[in-house]
Structures are given as structure tokens and as C-alpha cells.
Write a protein that binds this ligand. Structure first.
Ligand SMILES: Cc1cc2nc3c(=O)[nH]c(=O)nc-3n(C[C@H](O)[C@H](O)[C@H](O)COP(=O)(O)O)c2cc1C
Length: 454
């Protein structure tokens, strides 16, 4: 039998060497952001200490909480250590993005995972270009690294291109970037890394990786000035087989999400981790995404044994068919208030209105004059509440847990069944990374030997 030992990959040489060098990491791997600190400071710090890159989940946290997490991570891995923060596009509230970038620049955060961007925003461009300078060989060096998370070719193309000229000009005119930084903009693609997200936990377009990844790798190969951009794969990665397949499809690195939620360090309730550990690949379902209820965006969540998916679908269905809470028939109104909310619409609205009065008065004014919008905000309360219940682990309300999760979780559980890591209390994000990558190296070696034959 021929042996490929000489050419088959060792774990440290899987994926892109440029990616590993750029981030100072051992493996071409990352753990993705998970909102509200589910991808916690402990999780990211543990990854960093193991020489691996993790992104902290800033979504839904206040600036002071994010600031505190940055401090904890930097103390654990050093200011330049491998870690990054999530920067979420916020079309409705550009101020939120701007404040996040102010904080990242002030704290010298060197990596962001930019998610939900269809086009670069002014805040993202400012982050990318701040500190850009010309190297001795004439090329441009940008110290702030952006990983653009994409699930469509159009947004991939926007990250492979330099910052839009009109945004660069506007930022320079207001003094948010220097003339030198502005002058270098045409030499700097918006992202160092692209992460192609296929069928994943949480918000997802559910594209299959085998179709999407090669398409975006080709796009990168053809984009002028983007040869150095690494293209990673996410969505469905929970086994060595999945890592090996992604690498064969052309991935420079892989990124995991769902599987890290079921580790000791993840910032969610133990009760949720128990449920996740028992999930199979078939146990996730699609629901309306609470933060984008009006436009019908969808998210993938854990379904097994939970009522949340059916209840979320019911609320979305009511939202589509009615123009106001008042136009819903009395029996259904009672059912929603008693069974789903366990509260009256009036008390939910009082809480919601108080929240918006301080956070977003314009939104409150709109809801007060538009009954359909008021209904949307009342229904969204349930989505927020169901995430809170899951994060606090209120067992009595278990059926209402909203737990973002994709089939990678069940795939990992199947792989670990009967091993010491069957129990999540023995799982850590860095050990999962090593396990998947080492397994992929072994698998690739075996498969390549089999395929090339004796
Ligand atoms: C519980 C959970 C929360 C997530 N929250 C975020 C988030 O706030 N921002 C983000 O960019 N991605 C978020 N993601 C997506 C992950 O970063 C990652 O891209 C995705 O989970 C990869 O697919 P997988 O779940 O199949 O591994 C979340 C995923 C999960 C499972």
C-alpha cells in the first residue's frame, strides 16, 4: 500500500499558514461570537491561552459589559494576544456601531468579527483604516483585522473590495481618519478574512457549504488585490469529517459556533448545556428571528422537547395575519397571554414602553401611532424573554427556552458518544478545537491513502 506520510497533513499545517501567522495561532481555527456573552470572556480567554482565536459575543450587551470583557480577555491573553470582538451591523441604529468602534479603538482591540453587514458602514471603515500605514516595500499595513462573516456572494464581494470611496472621503472630511489613512484605503481590502457561514445555529440563510464555499473561494481568487484574504468555513462543523470536508472544499480555516455553547466556559445555563448534550443532528428547527420579526428573517434553534419553536411560529403567524393586537380574536388573545406570555398584553406593553422610552424614544413614538408595530414589539418581548429564560436556566419555564443551535451540535454528540467527553462538563472550546483538527488530519491522511489506492 502506498503511504502518504510524507505529504499528508499534520494538524499544525492544516489550512492557511498565512492565517496562523497573521493571528499568531497554532491552528487554522476560530470559535465564533455568540450573543450576550455566551461566547464569554472565559471562553475567549481559554482559547487565547491555548494559542487559538476566539471571538467574544458582544450582541445584546451594554458598552460597560463589553469593556469589562475586553479587560478580562486582555489580562488573560495579553493586549496583542489572539482574541477578537463581534461587531454587529446596526442599520437602524448606526450610533450603536459607532460607539462599539469607539470602544474597540480606545481599547486597542485588534480583531473584529463583522456580522450582518450587507455593505461596509462608516463605523466599520473607520475601524479598518485606523492606524493604516505604508510599509517599507510600499504596501499598506492595517493593524485592525476584520473577519467578514458572509452567507452571500454580494456581501463577500463588498469585504474583498477596498472601502467605498464616498465613506472614506466623508470620514476624512470629518477628521475620523487621517489623510494618510484615507490615501491608503484603495490598497486595503475591507477584510483580512472572510468566514462563509452555511447552515448554522442562530440567524442563517441555510445555504449548503458545498455550494457556497467554492463559489466564494473563486470570488476571492478573482478579486483584484484580495489574494491574501483567507476564506474560512462555518456552519455545520462539529466533527473531524466536517473539518476535513471544509478543507477539501478550499477553506483556509474553519470556525465553530454551536458546539462551543455546550462547554464549561460558555455563558449559558447548565440546564441548557444538559439539553444540548442530549441533542441529535435532527433536533434543530427553524423559527422566525425575534430581532427581525417584521421582515421574516429566520434562525435555527434547538427543538427537542421545547415549545418555543411552535410558540414563536404562532406569534409570527399572528403578526402576519393581523394589523393589531386588538384585531386578534378573543380566544387566541387569551391563549397567548395565559399560555405563552403568562402575562397580559398590557403589562408586557408597559414594560416594553418603559424600555424604549429610555433606549429608543423614536421607536416608542412609532409604536404608539402604529398598532401593527406595537404588536411587533409586544411579540418581540417573548423572544427576548425566552433567551433570558435559557440563559438564567429557569427549569420551571424550560419549554420556553430559546437556544440558538445548528446540527453541528448533534453531530459532535454522536462523535463523542461513549467517550469521556460525552459529558459537557469535560468539554472546553480549545480541547474541542484540537480534537476536531487532529481528527481531521488523521482522516485526511487515511482517505487520501484510500483514494490514491495501493
Ligand atoms: C447560541 C449562538 C449565538 C450566536 N450569536 C452570534 C452573534 O451574536 N453574532 C454572530 O456574528 N454570530 C453568532 N452566532 C453564529 C456563530 O458565531 C457561528 O458563526 C455559527 O454558530 C457557526 O455555525 P454552527 O452553529 O453550525 O457551528 C451564534 C451562534 C450560536 C449557536
Amino acid at each position: 500500500m502506498t503511504t502518504l506520510d510524507g505529504i499528508a497533513p499534520a494538524v499544525e499545517s492544516l489550512g492557511s499558514a498565512a492565517y496562523r501567522r497573521r493571528h499568531g495561532v497554532r491552528l487554522a481555527y476560530a470559535s465564533g461570537s455568540m450573543y450576550k456573552g455566551i461566547a464569554s470572556a472565559d471562553l475567549v480567554a481559554r482559547m487565547g491561552r491555548a494559542g487559538l482565536l476566539g471571538y467574544f459575543g458582544t450582541g445584546g450587551l451594554r458598552p460597560e459589559q463589553i469593556d469589562e470583557a475586553i479587560g478580562r480577555i486582555q489580562r488573560a491573553v495579553g493586549p496583542e494576544g489572539p482574541y477578537g470582538m463581534n461587531l454587529l451591523a446596526s442599520v437602524d441604529s448606526p450610533d450603536r456601531e459607532r460607539r462599539a468602534v469607539d470602544l474597540f479603538l480606545a481599547r486597542r482591540v485588534r480583531r473584529v468579527e463583522a456580522a450582518a453587514f450587507l455593505q461596509p458602514s462608516a463605523a466599520l471603515v473607520r475601524y479598518r483604516l485606523s492606524g493604516a500605514r505604508r510599509a517599507a516595500d510600499g504596501s499598506a499595513v492595517a493593524p485592525n483585522s476584520v473577519m467578514g462573516k458572509v452567507s452571500r456572494p454580494e456581501s463577500a464581494a463588498a469585504f474583498l473590495a477596498p472601502a467605498p470611496a464616498h465613506l472614506v472621503a466623508a470620514l476624512a472630511a470629518e477628521g475620523a481618519i487621517t489623510p494618510e489613512e484615507a490615501a491608503l484605503a484603495p490598497l486595503v481590502p475591507m477584510a483580512d478574512d472572510l468566514c462563509v457561514e452555511a447552515d448554522s445555529g442562530g440567524h442563517t440563510d441555510q445555504r449548503p457549504l458545498i455550494g457556497l464555499l467554492p463559489e466564494i473561494v473563486r470570488l476571492r481568487d478573482r478579486a483584484p488585490g484580495a489574494r491574501a484574504v483567507c476564506v474560512g468555513a462555518a456552519g455545520g462543523i462539529g466533527t473531524p469529517e466536517a473539518v476535513a470536508a471544509a478543507l477539501l472544499l478550499g477553506a483556509d480555516f474553519v470556525l465553530t459556533g454551536s458546539i462551543n455553547q455546550c462547554t464549561v466556559e460558555a455563558g449559558t445555563a447548565d440546564d441548557v448545556k444538559d439539553l444540548l448534550q442530549a441533542a441529535g443532528v435532527q433536533d434543530t428547527v427553524m423559527v422566525p428571528a425575534g430581532d427581525m420579526l417584521e421582515i421574516g428573517a429566520r434562525a435555527q434553534v434547538l427543538g427537542k422537547g421545547l415549545f418555543f419553536p411552535a410558540r414563536a411560529n404562532k406569534l409570527y403567524d399572528l403578526y402576519r395575519r393581523h394589523d393589531s393586537l386588538e384585531s386578534i380574536d378573543e380566544a387566541t388573545r387569551r391563549q397567548v397571554q395565559e399560555r405563552i406570555f403568562r402575562r397580559s398584553f398590557d403589562s408586557v406593553w408597559a414594560e416594553t414602553a418603559a424600555h424604549y422610552a429610555t433606549r429608543n424614544p423614536a421607536e416608542l413614538a412609532r409604536a404608539e401611532s402604529d398598532p401593527k408595530h406595537r404588536m411587533a414589539l409586544v411579540f418581540k418581548w417573548y423572544f427576548v424573554q425566552s433567551t433570558r429564560l435559557a440563559m438564567s436556566g429557569d427549569r420551571e419555564r424550560r419549554v420556553d427556552y430559546q437556544v440558538a443551535c445548528g446540527p453541528a451540535m448533534g453531530a459532535l454528540n454522536g462523535y463523542l458518544a461513549g467517550t469521556p467527553l460525552e459529558d459537557w462538563r469535560a468539554r472546553h472550546p480549545d480541547t474541542l478545537a484540537d480534537l476536531l483538527m487532529t481528527g481531521a488530519a488523521t482522516l485526511l491522511r487515511r482517505r487520501l491513502t484510500e483514494l490514491t489506492g495501493p
